[in-house]
Write a protein that binds this ligand. Structure first.
Ligand code: 5GP
Ligand code: ZN
Length: 114
């Protein structure tokens, strides 16, 4: 997609702090971190939200989940605990419409979320 922020990060047209990468996924630091560890995990291909990714039906959603866990291990939050969030749709707070999982950790996280 030409006018998508995260597609531009994949294409390296916009800089990002990449922390982990596989053939089909990319993980990079959130611009406005909400926790000591706050990494976004995306498929390199464009899917607008978790529903579209779930429908991809080619193991890509599985790969995104595995990348998210690998990021948590690499960033040292897997043992203490981390949260994986896919805001899906405007009412749930999605603002960038290229599916992304937030990997949040490094501090106590409250429940329920706001
Ligand atoms: P959403 O609200 O869609 O779940 O999450 C979008 C996230 O993207 C936000 O946490 C926001 O801080 C992050 N973000 C927005 N623009 C950029 C950017 O240009 N670079 C990076 N690394 N993160 C961004
Ligand atoms: Zn995109």
């Amino acid at each position: 997609m030409t006018d998508c922020l995260f597609c531009k990060i994949v294409a390296k047209e916009i800089p990002a702090k990449v922390v982990y990468e596989t053939e089909r996924t990319l993980a990079f630091g959130d611009l406005n971190p909400q926790a000591p560890t706050h990494v976004l995990v995306i498929p390199k291909g464009h899917y607008q939200d978790a529903a579209a990714l779930a429908a991809a039906d080619d193991g890509l959603a599985d790969e995104v989940l595995k990348t998210a866990h690998a990021v948590a291990v690499q960033e040292g939050v897997a043992d203490s605990g981390y949260r994986l969030v896919f805001n899906t749709g405007p009412q749930a707070g999605q603002t960038v419409f290229h599916v992304h999982g937030h990997v949040l950790g490094g501090r106590d996280l409250q429940w329920p979320p706001g």
